[in-house]
Design a binder for this molecule. Structure first.
Ligand code: SF4
Ligand code: SF4
Length: 95
């Protein structure tokens, strides 16, 4: 009998939709990126401009259930949703 899949294995089954939200919403100290500000390396097409050389914090990021929820939203609502989900709305610059 095969064992049930562990949580990490299930998590890895969620694809990245390349929406770029996680490159805008959270602060990333390694990149000196504040909350709610696009990473300097994020391209206009929402892809990473230094993908082969992105830092470990980006390499280790894994899509999760939040990514699924984000894709159901209009693009301009994704960053606000991400910030609210993690209680960071007050840390973001006023829009
Ligand atoms: S928020 Fe999720 S789906 Fe969007 S780019 Fe980041 S990992 Fe991919
Ligand atoms: S370095 Fe690339 S993957 Fe990391 S936050 Fe910036 S654009 Fe996103």
């Amino acid at each position: 009998m095969s064992s049930p899949k562990s949580a990490p294995e299930m998590r890895d089954r969620i694809p990245c939709f390349r929406c770029g939200t996680c490159c805008i919403a959270p602060d990333i100290s390694t990149l000196r990126k504040p909350v709610g500000v696009p990473c300097a390396h994020l391209r206009d097409d929402r892809l990473c401009g230094i993908y082969p050389d992105r830092p470990p914090v980006c390499r280790d990021y894994r899509p999760d259930d939040l990514c699924l929820a984000l894709q159901a939203l209009p693009p301009d609502e994704r960053v606000p949703y991400y910030l609210a989900y993690y209680g960071m709305t007050d840390e973001a610059p006023a829009s």
